[in-house]
Design a protein around this ligand. Sequence first.
Ligand code: HEM
Length: 145
Amino acid sequence: MTPADLPSVQGRDLLGPGPGTARTFYDEVGGHPTFVRLVDAFYAGVADDEVLRPMYPEDLGPANQRMLMFLEQYWGGPTTYSEQRGHPRLRMRHAGFRVNPDARDRWMLHMRAAVDALDLPPAQEGVLWDYLERAAHSMLNTFDA
Ligand code: HEM
């Protein structure tokens, strides 16, 4: 079947909305304001966490910005993260931090609360959480306490 053979709906074929207009997950969940809310809520949790807080720089602002840029890029938003930071190489960038099961679980607890606060439709929430949960497990780099 060639594209020309595809059925059309109201005069448009089913190839999608066309170049430059494809909606990404980033757009679907509300774009920049949604990711700002997510990352701000996450860092509010980190700020009060006795294990995670000491791992982060004194000023959480730049760390917040790095996470925001990364997640926006990952979900199809602006590519500012790579322009400023290069390839994410997240496991490598976390190698200097002791990400043991306790740290991972605390990270997931704050991220879970941040995702809940977005109040997304269940399908979108599921997609977002599934990724974050898998990413958190993949960042584990030690079982030392
Ligand atoms: C599992 C537990 C995790 C812990 C304890 C942890 C901890 C940290 C710490 C201490 C930093 C340095 C903060 C900074 O100055 O930027 C950092 C950076 C970062 N983390 Fe995590 N992290 C975890 C998981 C994750 C996951 C799952 C992701 C992605 C979904 C992620 C994304 C990032 C990003 C994008 C940066 C900034 C990297 C850069 O330097 O460009 N982290 N993390």
